[in-house]
Design a protein around this ligand. Structure first.
Ligand code: AMP
Length: 672
């Protein structure tokens, strides 16, 4: 279609409005509604129109600056040099075009690149003065960012004081991100608390860093890769040398960065990483190619938006288009009803997707998903597939809107939605769907880890009335399974053995397995350290519970309600009679900070403690029978970690050595 001048102007205006709307959702509300790819496509469309009709370019067009506004809750930091965006390449051919543009500046011969992962997190700038961290800011709109110094100071990977001989004033830029494992843990925890889940690791990282309460940031395992730095008189020739120098100051850079001799090798690296990036422990959405020579970088310079010496190659998204056949409702272990879209099977990122979560009623309304709709489905690595957006132009008028049922689709009990909650719940105490989910949770790997009890087997056992609670697992005999599932005797015996072995699972995991609402893995761990067994926990008052840091009134109330229910008390009783150890073992007891003394325990100290010097700390440990050594090994029991810890911290994490904060260390001393 040929557009006339008025059409073009209207289209440009519309694109700008849409982009600004999505910027606001993304940067200010942390709640994007479209995928990065869709966003990039909008930007690209606008940029192309503006290139053809340069008279339409206005200074406030989103193409003329990096998107994003600082949220008003934080102070504002003006960046000394703007934090720019990166040019994007959607295909490998576009990387070649990028190099051709460089060549047009009269550059010949092979060009060396530093190829880096485009880590999906939050860009930050850190300022060090005389080696001390004085300021930390988000990118914001590139010129002005938010002052998040307090939050960034809680991230262990960010040194408060630099090592070596740093310049008097140093500004580094990098990406704060969260590993996939930590992301999963965070979301499981949020699910257990009935809180909305983070859509992806980037939102989790951004949401964690932009917390008004820095303690929340501190409780999450955030990481940082520094990807650029600048200081006066640096006298270095290449970007890779800058990163190397920065590393010598104790700042973390990505060990996966590669310097390659020319574009063909860079492209090969992009191709290979694209195939395997799902296995990398953090989320990446592409690769960044940076001209390595600083001289050449200077020659090439930058546009108002992005440097001309770098480009981001974006991996194709794990998205596909499908049709919603139906919207079903699943009943979870706490009775929560989750609407799930049943889709025409579609290939996304190498696997077939036929279901996608719609989270809750409000989410369906917000996205306006109807049965019969054509939708964009996304699979972000480890996250359950979800519907990103509806394509309204594909509607025929025969689509059907979804209504949350007023009765549980499984047991017929009434459905309730509490005020202020997004979730609707089945109120049926004996709902078999809830029971099945509770048992699935109980046997799951991170709880009692009872292998072999898959979804189908649990369904059958519940449907046949053989499991009325998780405790009934311990009364099953091999013959039951053989008769029910026509299972081989050897396999049946093996499953029963798995059940038997689970009686001795650690106390915190058994507690997590009980499936108390709001008690996720981490909270179970916190509780298990305070209460040596189920008895004192079951009689703890709300006041006692809320005195524990990290246990808020909502969790405390939910624990009280759990133990107040006759049915739950009966199950606990049965579990104990069946020999399930709902208490800590003597070994665990020694490992917890409530230990009677420190006899035979090995300590290593790192970082600066605020209460005393290292010598004083060593004396205190020794006075209680403990030993202090200089290196972290497998034999080390505790690493006491002060401010600005050294490499011992990484070593301890690698070996799984228990790391104590100063506060935990003080508690340990006090109790010993
Ligand atoms: P964009 O947001 O698409 O304009 O891309 C620029 C952003 O990419 C930066 O602000 C960083 O947040 C991010 N990024 C991630 N990894 C890197 C890297 N290795 N080098 C430069 N930028 C990176």
């Amino acid at each position: 279609m040929v557009m006339n001048a008025t059409d073009v102007e209207a289209k440009v205006r519309e694109l700008r409005e849409r982009i600004r709307h999505h910027d606001h959702l993304y940067y200010v509300l942390d709640s994007p509604e479209i995928s990065d790819h869709e966003y990039d496509a909008l930007m690209r469309e606008l940029r192309e129109l503006e290139e053809k009709h340069s008279d339409l370019i206005t200074p406030d067009s989103p193409t003329q600056r990096v998107s994003g506004k600082p949220a008003p809750a934080f102070g504002t930091v003006v960046h000394e040099t703007p934090m720019q965006s990166l040019e994007n390449a959607m295909t490998l051919e576009e990387l070649q075009e990028f190099e051709e543009r460089i060549r047009r500046k009269g550059i010949s011969g092979p060009i060396e690149y530093c190829v880096e992962h485009k880590v999906d997190g939050l860009a930050v700038a850190l300022t060090y003065e005389n080696g001390t961290l004085t300021k930390g800011a988000t990118r914001g709109d590139g010129v002005r960012g938010e002052d998040i110094t307090l939050n960034l100071r809680t991230i262990k990977r960010i040194p408060l004081k630099l090592a070596g001989k740093p310049p008097g004033r140093l500004v580094v830029r990098g990406e704060v991100f969260i590993n996939k494992d930590e992301f999963k843990r965070l979301n499981e925890e949020r699910a257990a608390r009935g809180e909305p889940l983070f859509a992806n690791p980037r939102n989790a990282a951004a949401g964690s860093v932009r917390q008004l309460d820095a303690r929340i940031t501190a409780s999450r395992k955030l990481d940082l890769f520094v990807y650029s730095a600048d200081w006066p008189d640096m006298k270095l020739a290449a970007h890779s040398e800058v990163l190397q120098r920065v590393r010598s100051f104790g700042l973390h850079t990505n060990p996966r960065n590669e310097v390659v001799p020319d574009l063909s090798v860079a492209m090969e690296l992009c191709r290979r990483t694209q195939e395997s990036h799902q296995e990398i422990p953090y989320e990446t959405d592409g690769m960044v190619l940076k001209v390595n020579s600083l001289n050449l970088q200077k020659t090439l310079g930058a546009t108002s938006r992005a440097p001309r010496w770098a480009i981001a190659y974006k991996f194709p998204p794990a998205e596909a288009v499908s049709t919603v056949r139906d919207i079903l409702v699943q009943v979870g272990r706490t009775g929560a009803l989750t609407p799930v879209a049943s889709l025409d099977p579609v290939e996304v990122d190498g696997s077939t997707v036929s279901r996608a979560t719609l989270h809750n009623e409000d989410e369906i309304r917000r996205k306006d998903v109807r049965v019969g709709d054509t939708v964009v489905v996304r699979k972000a690595g480890m996250v359950i597939p979800e519907i990103v957006a509806v394509l309204p132009e594909k509607r025929t008028g025969r689509e059907r809107t979804f209504e949350m049922p007023t009765r549980c689709p499984v047991c017929g009990s009434e459905v309730e939605r509490e005020k202020g909650e997004a979730v609707s719940r089945c109120t049926g105490a004996g709902c078999p769907a809830q029971l099945k989910e509770r048992i699935r949770h109980f046997v799951s790997r991170r709880a009692m880890d009872i292998e072999g009890f898959g979804d189908k087997l649990i369904d059958r056992l519940v449907d046949e009335g053989m499991l009325k609670s998780a405790a009934d697992l311990y009364h099953l005999i091999a013959e039951d399974l053989v008769a029910l599932e026509r299972m081989g005797k050897t396999l049946a015996a093996k499953l029963i053995r798995h059940v038997d072995e689970s009686r001795d699972r650690p106390w915190n995991r058994a507690l997590f397995g009980l499936g108390i609402r709001h008690v996720g893995e981490h909270t179970a761990q916190v509780l298990s350290r305070r209460f040596p067994s189920i008895e004192p926990l079951s009689s703890a008052t709300i006041e006692e519970l809320t005195r524990i840091p990290e246990i808020g009134p909502e969790i405390a109330l939910s624990i009280r309600l759990f133990f107040a229910q006759e049915g739950n008390r009966k199950i606990l009783d049965q579990l104990m009679k069946a020999g399930v150890r709902l208490r800590e073992s003597s070994e665990e007891f020694r490992e917890t900070p409530r230990a009677g003394n420190l006899e035979g325990r090995q300590f290593v100290l790192t970082g600066t403690l605020s209460s005393f010097t290292r010598d004083e700390a060593s004396e205190k440990i020794q006075a209680r029978g403990g030993r202090v050594t200089g290196t972290v090994t497998r034999k080390t029991d505790y690493l006491v970690c002060g401010e600005n810890p050294g490499s011992k911290y990484a070593k301890a994490r690698e070996l799984g050595v228990r790391i104590l904060s100063e506060e935990e260390f003080l508690a340990l001393l006090e109790n010993a």
